[in-house]
Every structure is written in C-alpha cells, then in structure tokens.
Design a protein around this ligand. Structure first.
Ligand SMILES: Cc1cc2nc3c(=O)[nH]c(=O)nc-3n(C[C@H](O)[C@H](O)[C@H](O)COP(=O)(O)OP(=O)(O)OC[C@H]3O[C@@H](n4cnc5c(N)ncnc54)[C@H](O)[C@@H]3O)c2cc1C
Ligand SMILES: NC(=O)c1ccc[n+]([C@@H]2O[C@H](COP(=O)([O-])OP(=O)(O)OC[C@H]3O[C@@H](n4cnc5c(N)ncnc54)[C@H](O)[C@@H]3O)[C@@H](O)[C@H]2O)c1
Length: 451
C-alpha cells in the first residue's frame, strides 16, 4: 500500500465531481480524483451528451420539413452515429486524465472505498489516500424493476440505447418519463416500432398531468404505441422476440426492452457503513451544505436530490466553496427540468397538486401559444405549443410553470428566474417581452390567471 496525503479526494468524476475537483485545483488545493470508468461520467458518455446529440438531427430534419419553402434534409444514420462517437470521445478519456494531471491533480483509476475516518482514508488501486475532505460523486445506475424472467429477454438500459450501432426493428420502452420520452422518440423517428409501457395514468408523472397528455400526443404522432396505467409482470422469449406480459393482460413485443424506469444512487462498494456513515435507498443523505458527515461531502445523483447534471454541478460548486472556507447552502427552488423531445418539454417549480400539498391556494392557467402569439406561425407551418403557470392566490407569487413547445428548454429560464427570485404575478404582468418570441407565452399565461 502506498500512502498519499491530500486536501481533498473526489470519488467519481461525472459532472458533479468534475466541477468540485476543478474549483479546488484552481484554488491551489492538493486534490486526488478517482474514476473507475470514464472521466465525464454517465452524462458525458451514456446519458445527456449522446442523447441530445442523437436527437438534434431528427429535430432539425423535422424542423426543416415544417418550414415553408425548404426541401428538407434527411437523417443519415452513419453520419449521426459518427458525430455521436465524436461527442462521446470514442469512450476514451485519456485527454481528460492528462488535463487533470497537468493541473497538478493526482488521477487514480479504479473503484474507491472508504477505510477510515478522522482523518478520512480512501483506498483505491493499491493506494491509501488520506485527506481532510472526501467528496462522494459516484452518480447513479439504471434501476431494474422486479419483472419475472427479465434476464431471459434482450434488455437495454440508457447505456446500450445511447451507444447503439444499429437501430432495432422494434422496442418496448418501459417507463415514460425523461429517459423513456427522449429515447422512445429517438427510436421511433429512426424507424423503430416503439411500444411504451408506463405504470401510472400519465407520462411524465412528476409534472402537471397536462404535460403528460401533451407528451403522449407528441409520441403518438411519431407512431409510438403509448400504453399507460399498466406495467410488465413477466418477460419471456418467443423466438427472437422479447415479450412482456403486462398486468392488464395484454402483451408488448420488441427486439429489445429498454428500461427507463428511474435510477438508483451508486453506493455499492463504497463501504460507507464501515466508517459509520448511514445510507438509504434514496442515496447518501446530505445537509443543506451538501455535507454527509464532518469532512465528508456528496454531490450529484448519489445524493438522491433531483437527478440532473445542472444540479450535480451546482452542488459541486457549493461543496468547493464550503471546503474553501465559505458557508454556502444549496437552494433548489426554481431549478428547471427539460426533456429534449421535439417539441421540448420544460417545467419549473411546483405543479398545482404539489402546491396544494404544500399549503398554497394555487391558481393555474394554460394557453395555446398558437392562439395568442406570432412566433409559432413565423417558426413553422404547423405551429405548436402550450404553456401553463401555477400561482399562489394569497401571496400572488409564481409557484411553477411549464411549456411544451419548440425551444421551451431555453425560454423556461424566464419562468425559472421568476420562481427562484420570487418575482410576483403583479411584477410579471409589468414585463415587456421581445416580439415575436415564445417567451411571450408566459406573459399570456400570467395574464390568463384568474387573480
Ligand atoms: C439517458 C439520460 C439522459 C440524460 N439527460 C440529461 C440532460 O439532458 N440534462 C441533465 O441535466 N441530466 C440528464 N440526465 C441525468 C444526468 O446524466 C445525471 O444527473 C448526471 O450524470 C449526474 O452526474 P453525477 O456527477 O452525479 O454522476 P455520473 O455522471 O453518474 O458520474 C459518476 C461517476 O462516478 C464514477 N464512480 C462510481 N462509483 C465509483 C467508485 N466507487 N470509485 C470511483 N468512481 C466511481 C462512475 O464511473 C461515474 O463516472 C440524463 C440521464 C440519462 C440516463
Ligand atoms: N433531459 C434531462 O434532463 C434528463 C433526461 C433523461 C433523464 N434525466 C434524469 O434521469 C433520471 C432518470 O430518468 P427516468 O426517466 O429513467 O426516471 P424517472 O424516475 O424520472 O421516471 C421513471 C418512470 O418510469 C415509470 N416506471 C417505473 N417503474 C415502472 C414499471 N415497472 N413499469 C412501467 N413504468 C414504470 C415511472 O412511473 C416513471 O414515470 C431522472 O431523474 C431524470 O430527471 C434527465
């Protein structure tokens, strides 16, 4: 065993770990980073980056087809795949490792685990790393629902789906939230026959039910067989086909079964219990400073707080500031949530139901953007778009907002800022938004509130 001494050890170099490590290195701290797969994490190789890269040409092609006077381009799988491979660095992170080394950090390859505390000691690859601070940033893995016989059929998670070489002829997508909607639409638009099986009554079930309805409409428009209110109970092979028997008695059949049923924090093998740190099914619990124990910090998916890259990066910044002597607390109000389907699905803050549960007196409004705005009409020949807001009747604040419309992932930030900064309805009604933009939709929705 080689004994090494650091100010901080970062376990897991996805977006959360990378941000924390980079800020500490820049501040002159002695930092060791540990990664067992690829620096860049799930996000960089098997999640955000490949999925957005693969969806973009399809959106552009559909966009061109929907614009007057263009003889649209057509997706070319070989070209798409090749650019995807460039974007995921051909699953090679040697330049990233070199980049950290050149900044003075020590880079360790392998699975890390905790062996002691006071001071913290991390073991990896024959080394014992002693440090004042340890940051756990180990992310999450695709959850596998308990379906009898699942091991008999061809199962994909986000990993196989985002690095695929050939488009399957047919697929059953289990789960109809962010992963299911993005990858289901991608596969369908590439000519795969997609069946989507969603357990609850609506897709996107953490959002307003209306958002789920609009998502289902979009997917059905792409030819997806969307089945809600049912879940697989048994899986088996029938020749080359993978068959899922659903609990409503029907079956869903595909060449592959893509699991999009949520993610579980990666805690296995860290041996946190050995150093007296408790973990639960939801992850490594942290306080508002992202601290799990004195000198032990956690950021990103492993914390079980909203599993988004922007949240992981935000927590990374919080932890670095706190280690560097600051006193920053994380505040999750007004964090946007975007599903990069076409059209984009964006939301922020509370749904009306969540607001009611939190004791507010919510009032909602929804607008059809094609009725009140010019932008949908100048943008495309078959204009689309809906937006909604949730406000607090008593306090007159904006509690939440959503949009299912082109570029919604960009203009949700207007509402996100209002929710985060507590800009009230009366002030928003004084707003002046650029004409003709989709952002004007929030003005319309705020105007439409009965308050
Ligand atoms: C298909 C898909 C698309 C997504 N798209 C988006 C999107 O568009 N926008 C968005 O905001 N979010 C998106 N997400 C969510 C996003 O990927 C995660 O929120 C983000 O990756 C979390 O970052 P992280 O740093 O916590 O963990 P990860 O990115 O999971 O990285 C953790 C790293 O820790 C390493 N590790 C784990 N255990 C150990 C150990 N014991 N020792 C050493 N290393 C270890 C892993 O190898 C990994 O590299 C998507 C998710 C999926 C599945
Ligand atoms: N654009 C983005 O920011 C983006 C994209 C993809 C994923 N992500 C994040 O990654 C995480 C994982 O996404 P996800 O969509 O896999 O998980 P999720 O937890 O958001 O949704 C899983 C869905 O699967 C359904 N489900 C669960 N078990 C089922 C079963 N046995 N049968 C049928 N349906 C079932 C649930 O009802 C739920 O709607 C989320 O936190 C998400 O926000 C973000």
């Amino acid at each position: 065993m080689v004994n090494d001494q650091y100010d901080a050890v970062v376990i897991g170099m996805g977006p959360g770990g990378e941000v924390a490590a980079s800020q500490l290195i820049k501040a002159g701290k002695r930092v060791a980073v540990v990664e067992r797969e690829l620096i860049g994490g799930e996000c960089g190789y098997w999640a955000c980056i490949p999925s957005k890269t693969l969806l973009r040409p399809l959106e552009a092609a559909a966009g061109a087809a929907g614009v007057a006077g263009l003889d649209g381009p057509h997706p070319d799988w070989a070209g798409m795949r090749s650019y995807r491979d460039t974007m995921i660095r051909h699953l090679d992170d040697s330049k990233q490792a070199e980049g950290y080394r050149s900044q003075g950090a020590a880079v360790f390859r392998g699975s890390a685990h905790l062996v002691d505390r006071d001071p913290w000691v991390v073991a990896v690859d024959g080394h014992r790393l002693t440090a004042e601070h340890v940051i756990v940033a180990t992310g999450s893995s695709a959850s596998k629902p308990p379906i009898e016989g699942l091991e008999e059929v061809e199962v994909w998670t986000n990993r196989q789906a985002t690095t695929l070489e050939e488009i399957p002829g047919s697929a059953v997508v289990v789960g109809g939230s962010a992963v299911g909607v993005e990858l289901g639409q991608f596969l369908a638009r590439m000519g795969c026959s997609v069946t989507m099986v969603q357990r609850g009554p609506a897709l996107m079930d953490r959002e307003e039910p209306r958002v789920g309805e609009l998502a289902a409409e979009t997917l059905r428009g792409d030819g997806v067989d969307v089945r809600t209110g049912t879940a697989p109970r048994r899986a088996y092979r029938r020749g080359r086909e993978s068959v899922l028997e659903l609990d409503d008695g029907s079956e869903a059949v595909g060449d592959v079964v893509l699991l999009a049923t949520g993610r579980s924090p990666r805690l296995e093998g860290l041996e946190l219990d050995r150093v007296g740190v408790e973990t639960g099914r939801r992850g490594l619990a942290v306080d508002e400073r992202c601290r799990a124990a004195p000198g032990l910090w956690a950021v990103g998916d492993v914390t079980g707080v909203s599993m988004f890259t922007h949240v992981a990066k935000y927590q990374g910044r919080i932890v670095a500031s706190n280690i560097l002597g600051g006193d920053r607390t994380a505040e999750y109000t007004g964090v946007p949530r975007v599903v990069f389907a076409d059209p984009e699905i964006a939301a922020v803050g509370l749904t009306a139901e969540q607001a009611r549960k939190e004791g507010y007196d919510p009032v909602s409004a929804e607008v059809d953007l094609t009725e009140g705005l010019a932008r949908p009409w100048t943008y495309e020949t078959s204009p689309r778009g809906h937006a909604g807001v949730v406000a607090d009747r008593t306090g007159r604040g904006l509690l939440g907002a959503w949009a299912v419309a082109p570029l919604a992932g960009e203009w949700i930030h207007t509402a996100a800022l209002a929710v985060r900064e507590g800009i009230g309805i009366d002030r928003l009604r004084e707003g002046v938004f650029q004409f003709p933009t989709y952002s004007e939709g929030y003005m319309l929705a705020v105007e439409a509130l009965d308050m």
